[in-house]
Design a protein around this ligand. Structure first.
Ligand code: SF4
Ligand code: SF4
Length: 352
């Protein structure tokens, strides 16, 4: 299937048509923040936002999710709502790529001690049936650094349909078979015109030209491993107040806790987001805390993203979306952390 057009005057029809068979999510305003919210009409969508305050991970991995309910009769997995597959409109390339990373954790088969393969059914049910309408960024923000990781403002990774805002219309290009199928079904679309593909390429090159040249991240994992015991972590973490805002807004952070909420002989087992930045995250029953210091927790977050995940899955656990930079109340900029580490290493080599 080739590129198609959607006249912006028909955007409302497009959302209505998509909603017939899908639970549609799109950027919207909620509680003074922008987030991906369930929508049923054009009016609920915030088309101006580039990177939403909160990431779309919550669509597939909710902040709080009931895994099962229990009572004296046994346990029951709650019925799933609506039952429609999810369609997401307006997901930027950094966010669609983050879902590929989370899918490595929740969606990959893990061999258990009994030799059975385990995949997270709560994630898989939602993610595998979803269709992602990704959105090109024509004007990246100053906090965007997706280009550090080989990506760019017109990246298509993790999308089913790639959408370019081309003024009074959108250009849509299928990226996956799922994307082709859905574009083939939607009646409000028209064929692309001569020059549309070139117009999209021009927007891509203009957007790329506005981005600050990236830091070279080759060898970053090994570098971090070498610096694990160095005092540089105390300097880096000095102003962190361990609020956890960076981890909650991050599209790739996925630590969680399991809590039971019970009353009498019945209750619920709930999965709820947690943060490695919280002091009690690693507190053991004995009272011992292997990451009692803020510097140890900041180091863990950085090492997980740029060393451990790379070693295990062959990719950094960061898309360069910049949310952690925007949200941090003490302006701890992850780009500056990585640059500090680079400089520290060079000085260490020089001094050695
Ligand atoms: S948002 Fe900033 S202050 Fe809060 S935990 Fe993250 S780095 Fe620390
Ligand atoms: S670490 Fe920061 S820049 Fe990287 S994906 Fe998470 S929020 Fe985005």
């Amino acid at each position: 299937m080739n590129m198609v057009r959607l006249d912006k005057k028909k955007f409302g029809d497009f959302i209505l048509e998509l909603s017939v068979e899908h639970a549609v999510y799109a950027p919207g305003n909620t509680g003074g923040k922008t987030d991906f919210i369930p929508v049923s009409s054009e009016d609920e969508i915030n088309l101006k936002t580039l990177v939403t305050d909160l990431s779309p991970k919550g669509i597939f991995f909710p902040h709080s999710e009931v895994l099962y309910e229990y009572d004296t009769e046994g346990i029951r997995v709650p019925e799933k709502e609506a039952g429609k597959p999810i369609a997401v409109w307006g997901m930027r390339g950094c966010d669609s790529r983050s879902l590929l990373m989370l899918n490595k954790v929740f969606g990959s088969a893990i061999q258990m001690p009994d030799n059975k393969n385990f995949q997270d059914p709560y994630w898989k049910e939602k993610y595998d049936s979803s269709v992602i309408f990704g959105s090109a960024c024509n004007m990246p923000q100053s906090t965007c650094f997706c280009n550090w990781f080989g990506d760019g403002p017109h990246s298509r990774e993790g999308m089913d349909v790639f959408v370019v805002d081309a003024g009074d219309h959108y250009l849509m290009e299928p990226v996956s078979d799922k994307g082709s199928n859905i574009l083939g079904k939607l009646t409000c679309l028209t064929d692309s015109l001569e020059g549309d593909a070139e117009a999209a390429l021009k927007l891509a090159s203009e957007a790329e030209s506005t981005m600050v040249p990236p830091m070279d991240v080759n060898g970053l994992g090994e570098l971090l491993n070498d610096l694990y015991d160095e005092p540089v972590w105390e300097d880096i973490s000095a102003k962190c107040i361990n609020c956890g805002a960076c981890t909650f807004s991050c599209p790739t952070c996925h630590c969680y806790d399991i809590q039971d909420e019970g009353k009498g002989s019945s209750g619920k087992r709930i999965r709820i987001w947690d943060s490695c930045m919280f002091p009690i995250f690693t507190m053991e029953a004995s009272g011992h805390n292997p990451r009692a210091l803020s510097s140890q927790r900041v180091r863990q977050r950085v090492m997980h993203k740029y060393s451990y995940f790379l070693e295990k899955y062959g990719d950094f656990l960061c898309t360069g979306c910049g949310r952690c930079i925007t949200v941090c109340p003490v302006n701890l900029d992850i780009r500056e952390v990585l640059k500090t580490i680079n400089v520290y290493n060079r000085q260490g080599i020089t001094n050695g």
